[in-house]
Ligand binder design. Structure first.
Ligand SMILES: [Zn+2]
Ligand SMILES: [Zn+2]
Length: 285
């Protein structure tokens, strides 16, 4: 078994476990920021090569970013490295709940697969449950104009990560916090999670949130079941009070707010009004 925990200690937390050079705060910060931009630019520039279906613009595109947009985008992006550090620190200080070992022959890979693969869908399900609740709360009419309305100025997202993080900082930090909360709850329930599962969850989360804010309908299906469809979030930008999920639409299915993508749907801001959509924003047939 290869134990990654002492390596993390030596590199990230500067503990004298090994005589290895540690990563400075600035290096860690730059590594995370540059990785995010690389992922965002790769998605924006490489996706067309795969010729994915295009989601037509059905509302006004936010062509010019205001000073407030730029300030929110920069602030929120700068908040990502501290958050990654926070969640890494949590994982580092909880080795009984986080599996840091990698199998090496001849040891069986099954324990690794158990802590790596099994928690992934649980992390997404738990995250999206709380994110959906948060998103619903932000759409309550009395709250909407103070925080979440800013994100809905963009009716046809196209800038990937930049449009995704163009939200009020409160909303961004609460959404980021949901990632740690999902992991913490799984650990409390006795689910041991591999550090690579945490990393995959965070990485895929960034990729899927970026894809949600492009004009390409990226879709992930398993055995005929759609797990992710970027157009579902475009539906939310067209018709508020539908499709609250960030990564999956499972809880919208369960709570009756799922609306399948219809190319003909146009932006209709009146869908934000609860007297029209009902108290819980339930989608009529
Ligand atoms: Zn959005
Ligand atoms: Zn919304």
């Amino acid at each position: 078994m290869l134990d990654l925990h002492p390596l993390a200690s030596a590199y990230l937390f500067n503990t004298p476990v090994a005589s290895l050079p540690h990563v400075t705060t600035l290096q860690f910060f730059l590594l995370i920021i540059s990785s995010l931009e690389l992922i965002n630019q790769s998605i924006l520039h490489l996706s067309p090569l795969l010729k994915p279906p295009v989601i037509p613009v059905r509302g006004k595109h936010l062509d010019a970013l205001s000073a407030k947009d730029v300030a929110f985008i920069i602030f929120n992006k700068l908040m990502i490295p501290p958050f990654v550090y926070l969640i890494t620190s949590y994982c580092h200080s909880n080795p009984s709940s986080i599996d840091w070992t990698l199998p090496s022959p001849p040891s069986s890979p099954l324990p690794f697969l158990h802590t790596f693969l099994l928690p992934l869908p649980l992390l997404f399900l738990t995250y999206d449950f709380f994110y959906s609740l948060l998103h619903r709360f932000l759409h309550i009419q009395a709250v909407y104009s103070y925080i979440h309305k800013h994100h809905h100025h963009q009716k046809a997202p196209s800038r990937g990560n930049s449009d995704a993080v163009n939200v009020h900082p409160f909303e961004f930090l609460a959404g980021e916090y949901c990632h740690w909360w999902a992991l913490f709850l799984l650990n409390c329930a006795g689910v041991r999670v591999h550090i690579l599962s945490v990393a995959t969850f965070m990485f895929l989360g960034g990729v899927l949130a970026t894809l949600n804010h492009t004009r390409w309908n990226a879709k992930v299906s398993l055995f005929g079941v759609t797990l992710f469809e970027a157009a579902s979030h475009d539906v939310h930008h067209r018709l508020p009070l539908t499709n609250y999920g960030q990564y999956i639409m499972f809880w919208d299915y369960v709570l009756g707010t799922y609306r399948p993508y219809d190319e003909a749907d146009r932006v209709n801001a009146s869908w934000q009004k609860p007297e029209i959509r009902g108290i819980v924003g339930k989608v009529a047939a």
